[in-house]
Every structure is written in C-alpha cells, then in structure tokens.
Design a protein around this ligand. Structure first.
Ligand code: ZN
Length: 66
C-alpha cells in the first residue's frame, strides 16, 4: 500500500498532500504562500545596521548600581 505523502504547511501547520491536487505546496493555500513570501520579503528589506546601532547606543548607558 502506498500512502500519500503529506507535508506541513510552513505558515499554518496544516497537513498538505504533496501532489498535483495541491498546487500551492508546500503551502495549503495561496493565502499561506503569500503570507510566507511577505514575511521573507520583510526580512530581506530590513537594514542590518539598525540593530547594531541600537546595541551601541544602549552600551553607552551608565551601568545600574545598587
Ligand atoms: Zn496553510
């Protein structure tokens, strides 16, 4: 017996059958696919230097004394 291969939708964790009946695999739907692509694009467009600057600034704060 051959079991149908299923994968987990990366966005909503729903089981998705891996086959022509799931055109958006590994996503369960076009909606989940767009959500994931949107999240990826937001990360790609983030400026890496911003976080570094915040860390440097917080490092200038005087140490907390008791
Ligand atoms: Zn999904």
């Amino acid at each position: 017996m051959k079991q149908p291969l299923t994968v987990t939708c990366p966005t909503c964790r729903a089981p998705v059958e891996w086959g022509p009946q799931s055109p958006h695999r590994p996503f369960c739907s076009e909606r989940c696919k767009l959500i994931d692509l949107g999240a990826w694009a937001a990360e790609a467009h983030a400026i890496p230097g911003e976080n570094l600057e915040d860390e440097l600034f917080s490092g200038e704060l005087p140490p907390r004394g008791h």
